[in-house]
Design a protein around this ligand. Structure first.
Ligand code: D6G
Length: 811
């Protein structure tokens, strides 16, 4: 131990001196964190090399998870936990005069994603490595991740996330892995060979280079270290010599700047499709480099493509990378000279597609014009895929022209559009939704015609979360309590939490469980007090809605509840048994989403009025925590009593925040939507607060729904709406919230008014139950005990068995 202590100590000091050339006089706190991270990184290198070698040695099938987003958060602590080096490092930090927590806090969040989809990709990487699957993540190394959210005067203000400013200790630049990616140009047919075969040649293109940056992804307490490879755009030539020689230095570097724009910034839209050329460029850029890389690796040991689908499985995380289907066809047909049919069989066997949304505005389509200009050969290939596909449709449904139109990958009628989800389904052997309900809706509704044609392709894999980050790392107090009670096998197999069930009646365990929650609440309150002056009263029920702002997620319903409570308290309609609450919101709105930005302002306005009212603020608090990100989630979730999962039924494909809260002992108030349904099934309906219309009811109501009826019938709801109309929360600008009311009364696409009464009465039930401390604790413990299904280990295992057909490779 003494020796190892010395080794760790030396490693920290060596990195400070030799990697960073700093000493105790010049080292900043960030330098110390950096030296610390480099020292941790040293422990990964050997197994990383070994793992990658082993994959070659056994010529394993590899899983490629293609995603435009990887929301990794901080990495230092999860690396230390997975390596099992926490004790060693905790003891060492006196060298730097900082505590372990201080060092961890200094790391910048890697925010290369918007929300659920990107965080899911990050959780899957952890599970693939822990289960020892040969998995790779492939994406873009954005120079700017998801924007930082500041709040000014109650409004969201975006500032760029310059996450690479202080360097990045985790990445390994691989300048030798450099691929040209082509855009624009034209397609020329040429005849070649004695048989006179026609071949399409894509010429006169513009080129950008894609350079690889690798991140090690270690499994938990095993020797596996997988790779996340992110591409950065580099200009093909640093300078355009012609301009340079003519003395126009600025022009000479101009092109360099333009081409490097491709990996400059993450699109900050969640759930809405931006039909921008740069976005399609980003998609093709990373897909093209990734396929080149996959093929390079495959070709090291294989002369032909015969076993390509046996060695390569590509999972498309939503449609964002689905242009890969056309790109693989292009490579096989145009460059390798394979027959179309052979290439098509190989392509469909290789790809699988995960759908993440049924929201119309989020389903990607590209105009034929844009695609034809940016990727002319790909458009031709998609047209040919579609032509052949429609013949298939015609055989199955002869003469059904309407149906054919609904299924066609390319729709005409004015401007032709390419439907990427349809391309992804036609070009894959497996298609999955991310919860039982969502997968059902895909089959029965959104893609019903495609399902009828390819029933065997459609599957469900309910999402999951890595409990190693979302419990072991972020809730050390609860993790310790659990391990003391049932051992630590749960860290590798979350189903083991079932053993806690019997302790839900054990008064000593319940007491300690409550103490953990209290301590987490205090810690969060202190942290928020210190970082953004937002401390809250920890004995209050802590009611949390933390997620992206979107109308379908219905933050409005939640704030309407807050206003209702405010009215009841103010008007003396609550007795002493009232359960005091803190309603905590956090989340970013897409910068161009006017209504959601106004909802953020409304939350602040309501919070201010409540805060200023001495009668009400004794019992109610509404706070909005700025700049929600993975690290904040890791602090908020362990402290929560109540988890708000209140989307309009049918619209939240799965949700993963819902799983994180339940796993950390918060009770859910939720609709029958996404994975809520499965959470309720697992934890038991008596341990879940259900309200609201079901997806089927909503579908039936669509044509007849009249929100104004609800406004007229429900006095409390009317009061809330009238207060907004009359400027109760915006005395200086009476009409400020008028746009919100207008969307509600003139359509209410998301059924806020229809669900209001049911939500309010369910919240009353929550308040009542929270008073029964023992019962509440028992319910919370049962939520934890029965969360085993929601580990991403389970999800990855399902993908491996049902879709990828891959086995673990022990290292
Ligand atoms: C990672 C780890 C490194 C290894 C490399 C292999 O960067 O040790 O050499 O991957 O990459 P491929 O040649 O398989 O892409």
């Amino acid at each position: 131990m003494a020796r190892s202590k010395k080794v760790f100590r030396e490693s920290l000091l060596d990195h400070l001196a030799y990697s960073l050339a700093k000493d105790r006089y010049s080292a900043t706190q960030k330098d110390k964190m950096h030296a610390f991270a480099l020292s941790v990184r040293d422990h990964l290198a050997e197994n990383w090399i070994k793992t990658q070698q082993q994959y070659y040695d056994v010529d394993t099938k590899r899983i490629y998870y293609l995603s435009l987003e990887f929301l990794m958060g901080k990495l230092l602590e999860s690396y230390i936990n997975n390596l099992g080096l926490r004790k060693e490092y905790e003891q060492m930090l006196d060298v730097f005069g900082l505590s372990y927590e201080e060092i961890i806090e200094l790391e910048w969040d890697t925010g290369l994603g918007n929300g659920g989809l990107g965080r899911l990709a990050a959780c899957f990487l952890d599970s693939m490595a822990t289960l020892q699957y040969p998995g790779y993540g492939y994406g873009i190394r954005y120079e700017y991740g998801i924007f930082s959210q500041r709040i000014k005067d109650g409004y969201q203000v975006e500032t760029p996330d310059n996450w690479l400013r202080y360097g990045n200790p985790w990445e390994f630049q691989r300048p030798e892995l450099l691929y040209p990616v082509r855009f624009y140009g034209k397609v020329n047919p040429i005849v070649y060979g004695s048989g006179g075969r026609l071949r399409m040649v894509w010429t006169d293109t513009e080129e950008v280079m894609a350079m690889a940056y690798d991140y090690p992804i270690p499994g938990f307490h095993n020797n596996t270290v997988n790779t996340l490879r992110l591409w950065s755009a580099k200009s093909t030539r640093d300078f355009d010599l012609e301009y340079f020689n003519s003395g126009d230095y600025i022009k000479a570097v101009e092109n360099k700047n333009n081409s490097e724009n491709i990996s400059k910034v993450l699109y900050p839209d969640d759930q809405s499709m931006a039909g921008k050329e740069l976005r399609l460029k980003q998609q093709y850029f990373f897909v093209s480099a990734t396929l080149r890389d996959i093929i390079r690796r495959y070709r090291k040991f294989h002369k032909d493509y015969g076993s390509f689908p046996d060695k390569v499985s590509i999972q498309l995380n939503d449609t964002h990378p689905s242009i890969a289907i056309a790109e693989l066809m292009r490579i096989l047909v145009d460059e390798e000279g394979l027959e179309w049919d052979v290439s098509w069989e190989m392509t469909t066997k290789t790809f699988a597609y995960t759908n993440h949304t049924i929201l119309e505005e989020a389903l990607e389509t590209w105009s034929e014009e844009l695609m034809g200009s940016l990727l002319p050969r790909h458009l031709q290939i998609i047209q040919e895929i579609n032509r052949r596909f429609l013949i298939q449709v015609d055989c199955k449904f002869p003469g059904e022209e309407e149906r054919k139109k609904k299924m066609s990958i390319i729709t005409d009628g004015g401007e032709g559009r390419v439907h990427m989800a349809r391309l992804a389904i036609v070009g894959s052997h497996a298609v999955n939704g991310v919860s039982e309900l969502h997968s059902g809706i895909l089959k029965e509704n959104v893609f019903n015609d495609l399902f009828t044609l390819f029933p065997e392709r459609f599957q469900n894999v309910t999402n999951g979360i890595t409990h190693r980050r979302w419990l072991l790392e972020s809730n050390p107090r609860l993790a310790k309590l659990i391990t003391e009670a049932i051992g630590d096998a749960w860290i590798k197999d979350l189903h083991k939490l079932k053993k806690l069930e019997s302790l839900a009646d054990d008064s000593e365990f319940c007491k300690r469980f409550r103490e953990v929650k209290e301590a987490n609440k205090n810690a969060l309150s202190n942290y928020l007090g210190w970082t953004c002056k937002l401390s809250f009263r920890s004995p209050f029920l802590l009611d949390c809605q933390v997620k992206r702002l979107h109308e379908y997620k219905r933050q409005l319903l939640n704030i309407f509840h807050a206003i209702t409570l405010y009215n009841r308290i103010r008007e003396g309609r609550m007795d002493e048994t009232f359960t005091p609450r803190t309603i905590l919101f956090a989340g970013k709105s897409a910068p161009g989403y006017f209504l959601c930005k106004l909802i953020i302002k409304l939350i602040h306005a309501v919070g201010d009025v409540i805060n200023a009212n001495p009668v009400v603020n004794e019992k109610l608090q509404v706070i909005f925590v700025p700049n929600y990100n993975v690290s904040l989630a890791q602090r908020i979730i362990p402290a929560a009593d109540l988890s708000e999962q209140i989307s309009t039924a049918g619209l939240e494909a799965s949700g993963t925040g819902n799983m994180k809260f339940a796993l950390n002992g918060a009770l859910t108030i939720g609709t029958l939507d996404g994975a809520n349904i499965e959470i309720r099934e697992e934890v038991g309906e008596e341990n879940f607060f259900l309200f609201g219309l079901m997806a089927k009811e909503i579908a039936e109501m669509h044509s007849t729904y009249n929100p104004q009826e609800y406004y007229e019938k429900d006095g409390e709801l009317r009061q809330v709406i009238n207060q907004l109309l009359e400027g109760h929360f915006s005395p200086d600008n009476h009409g400020l919230f008028y746009p919100i009311i207008k969307t509600l009364l003139e359509g209410d696409r998301y059924f806020v008014l229809a669900d209001y009464a049911s939500y309010i009465s369910c919240q009353e039930k929550v308040s009542e139950e929270y008073q029964k401390k023992d019962k509440w604790t028992k319910m919370a413990i049962l939520n934890v005990a029965r969360s085993g299904k929601f580990s991403s280990d389970r999800a990855v295992l399902e993908y491996a068995k049902k879709i990828w057909h891959v086995s673990p490779v022990p290292i």
